[in-house]
Design a binder for this molecule. Structure first.
Ligand SMILES: [Ca+2]
Ligand SMILES: [Ca+2]
Length: 98
């Protein structure tokens, strides 16, 4: 009888250990998947970063390389019309480090 209880306790502990290991593995896989999805969403939105630190994320910032105010759409008043395509491409290259 004592051996049977001991066997049962050992069996429960092994099962619990297996479940904890499986849970950790699933958590790791889920975390990796979430990070990958977040990266894809950030890429589709042009990134959630604020390159010029003016408080306007790059996606909504008409001048992501110039510190500007929200009422100027993130642009310096000197660049109130925003960037030309060439300037925007140069800024994108700077932000992406390419
Ligand atoms: Ca900004
Ligand atoms: Ca800006």
């Amino acid at each position: 009888m004592k051996n049977k209880k001991s066997y049962t306790l050992t069996h429960v502990l092994i099962t619990l250990a297996f479940l904890v290991i499986a849970f950790v593995i699933l958590l790791y896989i889920f975390n990796t998947f979430i990070k990958q999805e977040k990266g894809e969403i950030d890429d589709s939105l042009g990134g959630s970063s604020d390159y010029d630190n003016d408080g306007i994320v790059d996606y909504f910032d008409k001048c992501p390389c110039d510190d500007g105010k929200e009422e100027d759409d993130g642009c310096d008043p000197a660049h109130i019309d925003g960037y030309t395509d060439t300037q925007r491409d140069a800024c994108d290259a700077l932000r992406k480090g390419t």
